[in-house]
Design a protein around this ligand. Structure first.
Ligand code: HEC
Ligand code: HEC
Ligand code: HEC
Length: 135
């Protein structure tokens, strides 16, 4: 290889390393959240990421103000699916699904002052044999 060729190869290798490192940093910056116990989600996950707060609030108004039950976006159902496989909760650490992302996004919720942050026992039993969460 010529000197110029060697230099080019070295530069290319450095560039690859830099891109690789940037990838690692980008991934480390996003929260690593507990995987769902089952699926699919009630909406497309990308839609959920953007709009879950609107679904929940809308349904809360329907339920509390107008007494409508059996809504699609039940908070208890979110918790059943998104609770940690190890302790059954959506709160507790920065890996826990609701807390992890909200800590990252600096969002504070009062919902769990009243609503259970643990999966219901039936959902916990149903989730027992975990086979590759739907990712
Ligand atoms: C039947 C199980 C199930 C239910 C019920 C459910 N989800 Fe999901 N949700 C999933 C799955 C599976 C994914 C895809 C990501 C994963 O595997 O963790 C997902 C993805 C998401 C995401 C995107 C996460 C990300 O990293 O971008 C959000 C936010 C979310 N769900 C919130 C909710 C909320 C809020 C509710 C209740 C209104 C809910 N989910 C109900 C299974 C469920
Ligand atoms: C002061 C207590 C309290 C707080 C705080 C609270 N809720 Fe509720 N919520 C209730 C009660 C009571 C009901 C009606 C009874 C029921 O269905 O469990 C309800 C029902 C709901 C329902 C429909 C039933 C279900 O299980 O999905 C949703 C969705 C809901 N709330 C979401 C929220 C969200 C999101 C927050 C936070 C932004 C919140 N709630 C904060 C008391 C509360
Ligand atoms: C992938 C990230 C992510 C996950 C996971 C997530 N959230 Fe959120 N959530 C957000 C962001 C970001 C906001 C603030 C959006 C805004 O301010 O417009 C938010 C806001 C909310 C709000 C409205 C708060 C308010 O007072 O306005 C509720 C309610 C909520 N999330 C419920 C949940 C529940 C319940 C879970 C777990 C089942 C959950 N979220 C999981 C990112 C997430």
């Amino acid at each position: 290889m010529t000197a110029a060729g060697t230099l080019r190869a070295a530069l290319a290798a450095m560039l690859l390393l830099a891109v690789g490192a940037a990838g690692v940093i980008a991934r480390a910056a996003a929260p690593a959240l507990d995987a769902a116990r089952s699926g699919p989600c009630v909406e497309d996950p990308l839609v959920m990421r953007r709009s879950h707060m609107d679904f929940l609030k809308h349904d809360r108004d329907d339920t509390v103000r107008r007494g409508i039950r059996g809504v699609k976006h039940s908070l208890a159902a979110c918790v059943d699916c998104h609770a940690s496989k190890s302790d059954g909760r959506v709160l507790g650490s920065d890996r826990h699904f609701c807390q992890g992302c909200h800590r990252y996004a600096a969002v504070k919720l009062d919902c769990f002052d009243c609503h259970a942050s643990s999966a219901r026992p039936a959902a916990t039993a149903a989730a027992a044999p975990v086979s590759g969460a739907a990712r």
